[in-house]
Design a protein around this ligand. Structure first.
Ligand code: B4P
Length: 191
């Protein structure tokens, strides 16, 4: 199985690149952000609980997202592999993911970290806020909170996979095609 963690700060291109990677490598896309937004849209109790955190730019509690991923892994038993987009976002989530995959006799193949400068992240997110209406992309202070939480709580997840020799940094600057090509080279090197 090919199991990829696409890692990086908000606005680094995880969702954008995942869409192309799933087509090329025939993988199942698991985006915790997308799953949470669809729960929110359907007004489920999980969605209502998550909304409080997402509106403030904070992380949704670990147990909520870990259970969500466990359920999705079970629903996709026949998959060639997965792209984890926006998950794991804390070391506790990374440890839980390793255990869940171990229980299914598989593991993470590679973590690809998209590296993008701060100003570019802000520009991309504000732009998406205007186009998509996503409320967490429309307010500069919420965007700054998300980026600060990324540095404080999510960046250490890189060390978790670096210790396993599975981390590879990729420049996330440039055109979507150029970045995709860099990711493709890194993934092909693991096959
Ligand atoms: P996510 O949905 O994961 O949101 P994100 O990190 O902001 O987006 P992403 O990084 O995928 O967007 P992309 O760069 O592709 O999370 C939202 C919220 O959900 C979190 O704040 C948190 O509350 C909650 N959450 C999610 N997962 C969680 C977890 N595991 N634990 C706890 N809480 C969790 O795109 C950004 C924009 O840039 C797009 O408009 C795109 O078109 C543009 N873009 C991309 N590449 C570009 C390029 N090369 N050049 C120019 N523009 C580009």
């Amino acid at each position: 199985m090919l199991n990829i963690v696409l890692f990086g700060p908000p606005g680094s291109g995880k969702g954008t690149q995942s869409e192309r990677l799933i087509e090329t490598f025939h993988l199942v896309h698991l985006s915790t952000g997308d799953i949470l937004r669809s729960e929110l849209k359907s007004l489920s109790s999980l969605g209502m609980e998550a909304k409080k955190f997402m509106d403030r730019g904070e992380l949704v509690p670990d147990n909520v997202v870990i259970n969500m991923i466990d359920k999705k892994l079970d629903e996709n038993k026949q998959a060639n592999g997965f792209i984890f987009d926006g998950f794991p976002r804390t070391t506790a989530q990374a440890e839980a993911l390793d255990n869940l995959l171990k229980g299914k006799n598989t593991s993470i193949s590679i973590m690809l970290g998209l590296e993008v400068i701060h100003e570019e992240l802000i520009d991309r997110l504000l732009h998406r806020g205007k186009e998509s209406g996503r409320t967490d992309d429309q307010d500069l202070s919420i965007i700054e909170t998300r980026i600060a939480i990324y540095h404080r709580e999510t960046a250490p997840v890189k060390d978790h996979y670096q210790k396993q020799n599975k981390f590879k940094g990729i420049s996330g600057m440039g055109s979507i095609d150029e970045i995709f090509h860099r990711l493709e080279i890194a993934i092909n090197a693991t096959l």
